[in-house]
Write a protein that binds this ligand. Structure first.
Ligand code: ADP
Ligand code: MG
Ligand code: MG
Length: 476
C-alpha cells in the first residue's frame, strides 16, 4: 500500500511529520472540526481540534457498501421491534430482573403502554456499528458490533473530516488514493428526519427540545445540528433533565410545554446511562414519554437498542418473524451477526457460562450499557461470571464472540498527546434516519457513515472516553 510507504518515510523524518501534523491540525480548525476540551467542557471560550487520525484507514470497499446497503433494513427492524410489546416483554424479561437501569426504562415503557400513546409519530436516528473480522483462512467479513438507538453521535462538526483526509493524502503525493475517501455529509440527512417530524407535528411555533447533559463536551456538534434546523426556520431549545422537571408540564391533551413553549419533538442527547438520572430526572423522562411530543427515540425504540435485544435477534427464527416473506433481507442481516449468547437462567445460559469460562479470550461480556468503557474482556470475564453464575444477576449480561480486525498503523492526533506511530483498529458506523407516522414509514434512509479508530491496546472504545479517534475509510 502506498500509505504504508509514506508512513515509513514519515517515521524516519520527524521534521516532515511535524510539518504535516501541524498543517492538518490547522486544516481541522479551518473546517470547523473542533471540540471543547476535557478541562473546560462548559466554556465557550476554549476549543481544540477533535481527536482524529492523521491518515484515513484502509477499509474493504465491498464491506463498506454492504454496511450502507443494510441500513434501511436495520431502520425497519428497530422500528418493528419498537412496536412489538410481546417481543420486548419476552426478550427483556430476565434483564429487567437483573438490571435496575433496564428495569426503570421498562417501567416507563409499561406506564406509557397502559396509559395509551397520544403520539403516533416517531423519529429514529440510529447508528449501526461494525468491525471487519479477519478470519484465520484469510477471508474477511463484516460483523455488527451493536446498534445505537439513543443519542447516536459522531456526526456534526466532523462531517468535513473527509475533505481534510483527502487533503492530507494529496499533500503527501497520493492524489489517486485521495479519490477513495468517500463523501460524508450526514448531518443534513439526520436533521431532515427531525425536521420532518416537526413538520408533521404541525405547529409552527412549537420547538425541538434537545435534552442535554450537564458536561457539554460535545456541545459544538449539537450546535451544528441546531444550526441546520434553524436554517429551516425550526426553533430549537436546549434543556437539562432538571429544567424539564422544574418547568415542564402537560396540558389537558398532553401537549408538552416548557417555559411557555410548546415542544414538538424531544431529541435525547442524554439519558442513556444510569448516572444520567436522578429520581427527579426519571420523573421528567416519564413526563416527556407520556406527552404528545414526538420523541427521538421513544422509550420502546430506546429499549429496542439494548444489547439483550441484539442477542435475542440472533436466535434462530427471530429475524424471520420481523421480515416474513423477505428471506433475502433476513439473510443479509444475519450475515453480519457475530455469535451472541444468552446468560439467562436455564440450560442454554449454563452452556454459555461454561463456554466463556473455558476460553474467555474468545468473547466479550456485555452489560446493558452505552457510551463505551462498560464491557468486560479476557480474564476479567471469569472473575465477573464466577461472582454471578448462580444467581439472577447473570441475566444482566450477554456474551458475544470477539471480532478481530486487522491492525493498521497510523498516527492518532489529540491535544496534548505525544505523537507516536500506533497499531490501530477501526470500527465503521452507519447512520440511519427514519420517521414513522402511525404504521407508515414516511422516511427511511441511510444518511452517511463514521469511521472510529483506536489503538489496538484498547479493548473498548468511545470518542468522548478519549479512546477512539475520528477517521475516514480509504476504500480498498
Ligand atoms: P457501547 O454501547 O458502550 O459503545 P459496544 O458494544 O459498542 O458498547 O462496545 C464498545 C466497544 O468495545 C466497541 O466500540 C468496540 O471497540 C469494542 N467491542 C464491542 N464488542 C466487540 C466485539 N464483539 N469484538 C471486538 N470488540 C468489541
Ligand atoms: Mg452503544
Ligand atoms: Mg458502541
Amino acid at each position: 500500500m502506498a500509505t504504508t510507504e509514506i508512513l515509513e518515510q514519515l517515521i524516519k523524518d520527524p521534521d516532515k511529520l511535524k510539518n504535516l501534523v501541524d498543517e492538518v491540525k490547522d486544516l481541522a480548525f479551518l473546517y470547523g472540526i473542533v471540540f471543547r476540551t476535557h478541562e473546560t467542557p462548559n466554556s465557550s471560550e476554549v476549543v481544540t481540534y477533535a481527536p482524529f487520525t492523521l491518515f484515513p484507514s484502509p477499509f474493504p470497499k465491498a464491506a463498506f457498501l454492504q454496511a450502507l446497503a443494510l441500513q434501511t433494513h436495520f431502520n425497519t427492524l428497530v422500528n418493528k421491534i419498537s412496536q412489538d410489546p410481546d417481543f420486548l416483554e419476552e426478550a427483556l424479561a430476565g434483564t429487567v430482573q437483573a438490571d435496575d437501569f433496564t428495569a426503570k426504562l421498562f417501567d416507563i415503557y409499561r406506564k406509557v403502554q397502559q396509559e395509551g400513546r397520544t403520539q403516533s409519530i416517531v423519529v429514529g436516528l440510529n447508528r449501526s456499528d461494525y468491525m471487519v473480522d479477519q478470519r484465520e483462512d484469510g477471508t474477511v467479513s463484516l460483523k455488527q458490533i451493536e446498534i445505537n438507538t439513543i443519542s447516536a453521535g459522531g456526526f456534526g462538526v466532523s462531517d468535513r473530516l473527509s475533505v481534510v483526509h483527502r487533503h492530507v493524502l494529496k499533500s503527501v503525493g497520493l492524489l489517486e488514493e485521495s479519490r477513495s475517501v468517500p463523501d460524508n455529509n450526514r448531518t443534513p440527512g439526520m436533521c431532515a428526519a427531525l425536521a420532518k417530524a416537526w413538520e408533521l407535528y404541525g405547529e409552527r411555533r412549537a420547538v425541538i427540545l434537545f435534552l442535554v447533559e450537564d458536561i457539554e463536551l460535545s456541545k459544538l456538534s449539537h450546535r451544528y445540528i441546531e444550526k441546520e434546523l434553524w436554517k429551516r426556520n425550526i426553533p430549537v431549545i436546549r434543556r437539562k433533565f432538571d429544567e424539564v422537571s422544574r418547568n415542564g408540564s402537560l396540558n389537558a391533551d398532553k401537549r408538552l410545554f416548557i417555559d411557555g413553549l410548546e415542544v414538538a419533538v424531544v431529541y435525547y442527547r442524554y439519558g442513556y446511562m444510569p448516572d444520567n438520572y436522578t429520581a427527579q430526572s426519571w420523573d421528567a423522562r416519564l413526563l416527556m414519554e407520556r406527552s404528545r411530543a414526538v420523541k427521538c427515540p421513544d422509550i420502546s425504540t430506546h429499549l429496542a437498542g439494548t444489547k439483550k435485544v441484539q442477542q435475542v435477534l440472533a436466535r434462530p427464527g427471530v429475524l424471520e418473524k420481523f421480515f416474513p416473506d423477505q428471506l433475502q433481507v433476513v439473510e443479509q442481516i444475519r450475515a453480519t451477526f457475530a455469535g451472541l449468547y444468552t446468560l439467562d437462567l436455564g440450560p442454554e445460559g449454563d452452556k454459555t457460562l461454561t463456554m466463556a469460562l473455558t476460553a474467555p479470550e474468545r468473547f466479550v461480556l456485555k452489560p446493558q450499557r452505552e457510551g463505551g468503557g462498560n464491557n468486560i474482556y479476557g480474564s476479567e470475564i471469569c472473575q465477573v461470571l464466577q461472582g454471578v453464575k448462580d444467581s439472577t444477576a447473570r441475566m444482566a449480561y450477554i456474551l458475544m464472540d470477539k471480532i478481530n480486525p486487522t491492525p493498521v498503523q497510523n498516527y492518532l492526533l489529540s491535544r496534548g498527546t505525544p505523537l507516536k506511530i500506533t497499531n490501530c483498529l477501526s470500527e465503521l458506523g452507519v447512520f440511519g434516519a427514519y420517521v414513522r407516522q402511525g404504521k407508515e414509514m414516511v422516511m427511511n434512509e441511510c444518511v452517511g457513515h463514521l469511521l472510529k479508530t483506536k489503538s489496538s491496546e484498547h479493548s473498548d472504545g468511545g470518542i468522548q472516553a478519549g479512546v477512539s479517534f475520528l477517521d475516514n475509510p480509504l476504500l480498498v
